[in-house]
Design a protein around this ligand. Sequence first.
Ligand code: PLP
Length: 227
Amino acid sequence: MIGVTENLAKISDLLAFAAVQAGRKPEDVLLLAVSKKQPLSKILAAHQAGLRNFGENFVQEGLEKIDQTRSLDLVWHFIGHLQNNKTRVVAENFDWVHTIDKLKTAQRLNNQRPVELGPLNICLQINIDGEASKSGIAPAQLPELAAACAELPNLALRGLMCLPATHSDFDAQREPFAKINELAQSLRSRGIETDTLSMGMSGDYRAAIFEGATIVRIGTALFGERT
Ligand SMILES: *Cc1c(COP(=O)(O)O)cnc(C)c1O
């Protein structure tokens, strides 16, 4: 089996190195372990190696893993496309949703979030390259959606998320992440404070860290190829 522990040591070093190079503190970048299509055994190995935050894209698969790890105090992030008919189980079982791109979805999560769990953390997904194949709002829609979400008492608007087009060139990778960072700044000037930029994956985390990512979502580099 792929050595999750060895991969984690390697990727943690690379993340910390990138943070230092970017003039940032390594502890300000959270490694979110993207465990979609990975077996429970690898999640348990990653937890053993010290990880607590896990990301899933598919509701049913995520719920099964959450149920199987109740005793471990893990933090679960939903990072896939969320359909309205699945919001209730997500509100009841996950700690974060990174992919909000409709007020309707946010309102449903707000209404369905059990109060005793505390606010559900959310990020707004920006379709930063305007790709037809991807979810997310256009940057121009952000101020209105952010203002509306900030009013919902059972949600905590934490920040922005993106999934840019793939580039192999470092400078080209940085561009969309820089735009996301600027969008967060522009929200601040409107009185909406956020603390999270969820951006960067196995292939582009370094560029994301240079542009201020606070959560990098790493799957393959940690767990190996998905099954
Ligand atoms: C699958 C996925 C990831 C992880 O991708 P890797 O390239 O395997 O690191 C990150 N974010 C989202 C939204 C994903 O769907």
